[in-house]
Design a protein around this ligand. Structure first.
Ligand code: MRU
Length: 351
């Protein structure tokens, strides 16, 4: 089984998701700026995986810091955290993970009485915390799978958009984790993977990891989803999330909103699977979620080939927001939330 990301003695190692499925290449980064660039350029992507990468980036940066006193170490921490935080704005897991690393940094600094002789302990604490975030993420995804498996049909087709699988997390996946758990329970599921223009996470990544697990998967282009839903046979839609507002509005890969509207029109349940670290209770609704706008070249070109006439502008919002009224349930590691989400999501945090 592949590892999406891991901490090694040589540096942070990750599978290069820009090369899949044609090449299975692993990159090892020894500088936090390389980790930031890997996040920005989608070598690693998917909200929980971005969080793990950011945590490891912080640990890596402080590992190589030459700070001689606390002021210098703090300045290094801020520079590293800021560089990583500026990579991608939508997935809240990035900021959640940096905050966990900051809390760990403060705790470790005070436990070594802010003395440079104790900086080794600060470095060790950060490495341990980054690895803990990774291990917890896998356990969280497995818990999500247990909670969500019952919601999947006993047999038939489940449609997903983008990649919310092992590649988008530390392992197992959120939406694909629920599908994996349902299949492990004996449900006879097939997956329809929207290809997910423009980066093709569905065609390249979801299809790759499901095929490896021998879960039947069929790739469709994004504009075929409505056709297949209308024909019948699609029993459920399940997707991941990059940020969920307090009222349940959910930002996920561009195109998710259209799929959710189509699902409602066709009477098909639409599920979101995401860890609590993806829920941002500080935002009242999805209107406040920052949407990343990526380069238009990612829309007008595919593998270096132009798909549109030179000079014609293109837009590239990388995410959209699905209003909560289209969402049948949000599956988390603490259980399943249903409307009204403003109450049910808060209750999960309290429980
Ligand atoms: O641009 P990406 O590939 O990082 O977008 C990923 C998604 O939209 C996923 O669906 C989301 O992060 C959930 S991953 C478990």
């Amino acid at each position: 089984m592949f590892k999406t990301i891991e901490w090694t003695n040589d540096g942070v190692r990750m599978i290069d998701q820009t090369k899949l499925p044609s090449e299975e290449i692993y990159r090892t980064y020894t500088d936090y700026r390389e980790v930031a660039e890997a996040i920005r350029s989608l070598v690693i992507r998917g909200a929980p995986a971005i969080g793990v990468a950011a945590a490891m980036g912080v640990a890596l940066g402080i590992k190589h810091s030459a700070a001689r006193d606390e002021a210098e170490l703090r300045a290094d921490f801020e520079k590293i955290a800021d560089t990583l935080a500026r990579t991608r704005p939508t997935a809240v897991n990035l900021f959640w993970a940096i905050k966990r690393m900051r809390d760990t940094f403060e705790r470790a600094l005070s436990s070594c009485q802010h003395e440079p002789s104790g900086f080794g302990k600060v470095r060790a604490a950060l490495e341990k915390e980054a690895q803990r975030i990774l291990a917890e993420d896998i356990a969280i995804n497995e818990a999500m799978g247990r909670h969500g498996a019952d919601l999947m049909p006993d047999a038939g087709i489940v449609l997903t958009h983008c990649n919310a699988g092992a590649l988008a997390t530390a392992g197992y996946g959120t939406a694909l984790g629920v599908i994996r758990a349902a299949v492990a329970c004996g449900k006879k599921l097939q997956v329809f993977a929207d290809e997910t223009r423009p980066f093709l996470q569905g065609a390249r990544l979801t299809a790759w990891e499901l095929a490896k697990d021998q879960i039947p998967v069929t790739v469709i282009t994004d504009n075929m989803a409505g056709h297949f839903m209308h024909q019948g046979g699609i029993g459920a839609v399940i997707v991941g999330a990059d940020r969920i507002a307090a009222n349940g509005d959910t930002a996920n890969k561009i195109g998710t909103y259209s799929v959710a509207v189509l699902a409602k029109e066709n009477g098909i349940p639409f599920y979101v699977a995401a860890p609590l670290s993806t829920i941002d209770l500080s935002l009242a609704s999805g209107e406040q979620i920052p949407i990343e706008e990526r380069s238009s070249a990612e829309v007008t070109q595919l593998a270096g080939v132009s798909l549109a006439p030179a000079g014609v502008p293109a837009r590239h919002p990388a995410f959209d927001v699905t209003p909560q009224r289209y969402i049948s349930a949000i599956i988390t590691e603490k259980g399943v939330a249903r409307a009204p989400f403003s109450d049910s999501l808060r209750a999960l945090f309290a429980g």
